[in-house]
Design a protein around this ligand. Structure first.
Ligand SMILES: *Cc1c(COP(=O)(O)O)cnc(C)c1O
Ligand SMILES: [Zn+2]
Length: 412
């Protein structure tokens, strides 16, 4: 592919050709990033071309994706999710210009579809027959969804504790599901070994250099949807760190192409006990494992697989990291729903909990424009959602009972 210049190691800087390696740096094992011939791309992808482009999915950015043509892409709409101005929620948080990017509106109901779509298209172009993935749940259900109708076998490794809705998705879309008695980190290691043993193409976060490429498309959309303006801050919930590094890459590339004039600050939101990236960012040391325990399963990670790139993204953007408790995450679910009509899964809701904390600490000014990335839909994990709300009334189908209920609870 002429548009790709190099797969460059983010740790040691070694350059690789597309055929040199499928996964990590051949010298040091570091994660790779895809760098393009930006002068070539500038001629094809610019403001004039984009404003007339009627392809409303991630494939409107094909010129800067590691895929040769759209002949081989999964046949469902990924990306171009809505960006809402959230007036009421913003007023509650004390932020006048609050926006919600609702990525729960993707085919499998999470942000991960952006990555799975690009990796699946790559796999088809490379004529891979079996694709595998370790996941807390969403990366897997996304991969299962996007390969559902394709002539490709999908092998999934998830922790036994993955939420039921995500497991249902895996089975419905026809993936082979291997539940691992252990954590996400255990599932990750087993998937890595399986990929080496059987030659399966591995989509797992961190080792596959193309997931970040799909994820960056969200930033392109935010710029377009904000009328080519850059928001001041983007709040992103962080587990492995691949979303936030992808979000950063997207803004950097649009800036490099001259499509936007300035870059936003990124705010990483982590769960209190799954905060490895926050610790590394604040202490300036390497990413170290933490317990990883949190109700927000999608950001429950002991050792982040794209931690170094995430720390670089926070630092280079001049942003910061916040951590939130499980109670704060759960409380944010109904607040977002009632303040903006969007139902978020715990990891998505964490961004609002993080915003409240950052506002309280004086780190967000009231005139700044702020985007919250809602990375997954609330229906993905109703068990957690139910913990944050009351119980329904239950009565016989009888008017007298209803009248008593209304009177007793002052409902009318
Ligand atoms: C995967 C995921 C995240 C975190 O992304 P990382 O790349 O692991 O940091 C956040 N929210 C949801 C809903 C996810 O599925
Ligand atoms: Zn290297």
């Amino acid at each position: 592919m002429k548009k790709i210049k190099t797969l460059q190691c983010i740790r040691c800087g070694k350059d690789h050709k597309l055929n040199d390696t499928k996964y990590n740096c051949t010298a040091c094992g570091g994660n790779l990033q895809v760098l393009y011939d930006y002068n070539l791309i500038k001629k094809r992808l610019n403001y004039d071309v984009l404003k007339d482009n009627r392809e409303h999915s991630i494939w409107r950015y094909l010129d800067i994706l590691p895929v040769a043509s759209i002949k081989n892409v999964p046949p469902v709409q990924v990306g171009w999710t809505p960006l809402y101005k959230a007036e009421k929620l913003g007023a509650e948080a004390g932020v006048n210009n609050l926006y919600i990017k609702d990525d729960g509106r993707n085919p499998s109901a999470s942000f991960k579809d952006r990555a799975s779509a690009v990796v699946t298209a790559r796999a088809l172009e490379m004529k891979e027959k079996v694709i595998c993935c370790a996941s807390t749940g969403n990366a897997a259900s996304s991969l299962a969804c996007l390969t559902g109708s394709l002539d490709m076998k999908t092998m999934i490794f998830v922790p036994e504790t993955a939420p039921a809705a995500k497991v249902a998705q895996l089975l419905v879309f026809g993936a082979t599901v291997i539940m691992v008695k252990g954590t996400y980190d255990d599932a990750f290691e087993l998937c890595l070994k399986a990929s080496a043993e059987y030659g399966w193409y591995n989509r797992s976060t961190g080792i596959n250099p193309f997931t970040r490429e799909g994820k960056k498309t969200c930033s392109f959309e935010i710029c377009e949807q904000m009328n080519w303006e850059t928001p001041d801050k983007v709040f992103v919930s962080v587990g492995d760190g691949n979303i936030i590094s992808g979000i950063w890459k997207g803004f950097v590339e649009f800036h490099r192409l001259g499509i936007i004039e300035r870059l936003p600050q990124l705010v990483a939101v982590q769960a209190e006990r799954s905060d490895s990236i926050k610790r590394a960012f604040e202490s300036g040391t390497d990413v170290q494992p933490v317990s990883g325990v949190t109700v927000a399963d999608s950001i429950s990670v002991s050792l982040p697989r794209d931690g170094m790139a995430a720390v670089m993204a926070i630092r280079d953007s001049g942003g910061f990291a916040v951590s939130v408790t499980d109670a704060e995450i759960l409380a944010a679910i109904p607040r977002i729903a009632r303040g903006s009509n969007v139902f978020a899964e715990p990891a998505g809701a964490a961004t609002y909990a993080g915003l409240l904390k950052a506002v309280k600490e004086g780190k967000v000014k009231d005139n700044e424009s702020v985007v919250l990335l809602i990375s997954g839909n609330g229906l993905k994990d109703i068990q957690s959602a139910m913990k944050s709300v009351g119980k329904p009334f239950v009565i016989k189908p009888d008017m007298a009972e209803l009248k008593k209920l209304v009177a007793d609870n002052a409902l009318a």
